[in-house]
Design a protein around this ligand. Structure first.
Ligand SMILES: N[C@@H](CCC(=O)N[C@@H](CS)C(=O)NCC(=O)O)C(=O)O
Length: 438
């Protein structure tokens, strides 16, 4: 059937359940294909060769992997079915993406580690960050029934595992008591609803930034070398958006940075019309959705192509970047060589995606190109500093061509950090990694 929808999942996977719930909310008919993860089916391996994980949604014969990516695909593909899962306003949408990412990157791993840690003391210790993360997410529910407002939305689905699994965990690990969740004020609680600029926290009266923000004001908190910040610099220049750059010293973070990004305390932060957006992938989508007419969109318009771009950007941040970074951070030649194996495997995977294309975005630089941009100017800096060949241009002809094309593009070329300064910075960092004990 042309419109066929299949969901590869297990009966209990919380990631799979996100999709089940979304499909039922939207009223979409689909077939469940239950996997035994100790004996993955050839179909699963074929549909998700990169991660080999469920859930996979197969729509019209085409697979979509990664639950957060699938949720957005569902929302964009079946638009008319119900209230959208994600808000329509670009800022509210960015907030939803930020919190779903927080759930997956911080909250879920911290709660899970309480479950996996051995013994009472270790569990109690692991509980500290878990409770901190719960406090942070508690804040987001103020005056709301659901994270999505009146109805279940994207963040509710992302967090759904907590609603039925916490007390199962508690019962399993009998030491884990019920912890009262304190409430305290944070910038997020002072975020405006909708598009107003008066940001005052309802519970403590803390006012948030100036009330008289210029309509179009754009500020970027960054450092001169941050790989994540450069993604935003490039995107703003591609779109031709005027902005003010605020350079941070990460060893002495400014009160503004801490105020704007209290959760991660990291750059980049984009502040638009006085409202902060954090996390580079979230910021890139925000820029694309806010300044639509400026140029070719950074993300494709077709929901499936868009899901693919999100999948590959996530792959870069979750797999490729950490694997390349670990070659840099590992101590000694042998350990580096070992780390290189995984990095090269990931490079092979990404090389495949460039077949018959100049850029990941097609004819012009797009979302995935910006996310992968660090590779184009940093790999040979790493090679020089660690004195080890990371990247063989003959083995990766497409990536090698892409790196050149990317760095030659005017919006990028004019906004690359000076190479000698990078070498000095990474030399110092490398020395530190090689000499400090873990
Ligand atoms: N996932 C974040 C990562 C941002 C990040 O790691 N930024 C670094 C600079 S490259 C930072 O601000 N580090 C400060 C710290 O960790 O305290 C994003 O994509 O924006």
């Amino acid at each position: 059937m042309a419109d066929e929808v299949k969901l590869y999942r297990t009966w209990s996977s919380p990631y799979g359940l996100r999709i089940v719930w979304a499909m039922h909310i939207k009223g979409i008919e689909y077939e469940n294909v239950f996997e035994d993860l100790s004996q993955k089916s050839p179909q699963l391996l074929q549909y998700n060769p990169v991660h080999k994980k469920i859930p996979v949604l197969v729509h019209k014969g085409k697979p979509i992997c990664e639950s957060l990516v699938i949720l957005e695909y569902i929302d964009e593909t079946w638009k008319k079915e119900t209230t959208p899962l994600l808000p329509q306003d670009p800022y509210e949408k960015a907030m939803a993406r930020f919190w779903a990412k927080f759930v997956d990157d911080k909250l879920l791993p911290s709660v899970w580690s309480v479950f996996t840690e051995k013994g009472y003391e270790a569990k109690k210790e692991a509980l500290v960050p878990a409770v901190q993360n719960l406090e942070i997410i508690e804040e987001q529910l103020k005056e709301k029934k659901f994270f999505g407002g009146e109805s279940i939305g994207y963040v509710d689905l992302a967090l759904g595992w907590m609603a039925y699994l916490l007390d199962v965990f508690e019962e399993t690990i009998t030491q884990w008591g019920v912890y009262p969740v304190r409430t305290k004020c944070s910038p997020q609680s002072a975020y405006p609803k909708g598009r107003g600029y008066g940001r005052v926290c309802n519970s403590c009266g803390l006012s948030w930034g100036s009330q008289n923000v210029r309509e179009d004001e754009v500020k970027l908190y960054r450092t001169w070398s941050s790989r994540f910040s450069l993604r935003i610099v490039w995107a703003l220049h591609i779109k031709g958006i005027e902005y003010e750059a605020i350079f941070e010293d990460l060893s002495h973070k400014s009160p503004q940075l801490l105020q704007y990004n209290p959760v991660h305390k990291k750059v980049p932060v984009l502040v638009h019309q006085g409202k902060p957006i954090c996390e580079s992938l979230v910021i890139l989508e925000y820029i694309d959705e806010t300044w639509k007419k400026e140029t070719t969109p950074l993300l494709p318009q077709d929901p499936y192509e868009k899901a693919m771009a999100r999948f590959w950007a996530k792959f870069v941040d979750d797999k490729l970047l950490p694997s390349v970074t670990s070659v840099f951070t590992e101590k000694g030649y042998e350990a580096k060589k070992e780390a290189l194996v995984l990095a090269v495997q990931n490079l092979e995977i990404i090389e495949e995606q460039l077949k018959e294309k100049n850029f990941f975005g097609g004819e012009s630089i797009g979302y995935v190109d910006l996310v992968l941009g660090w590779m184009a100017y940093l790999l040979d800096v790493f090679e020089e500093v660690i004195d080890l060949k990371l990247f063989d241009a003959n083995k990766f002809p497409l990536l090698s061509g892409w790196m050149k094309n990317f760095c030659d593009a005017p919006a990028i070329k004019q906004h690359l950090p000076p190479r000698d300064k990078l070498v000095t910075k990474y030399q110092l960092l490398h020395e530190k990694y090689q000499t400090t004990s873990n």
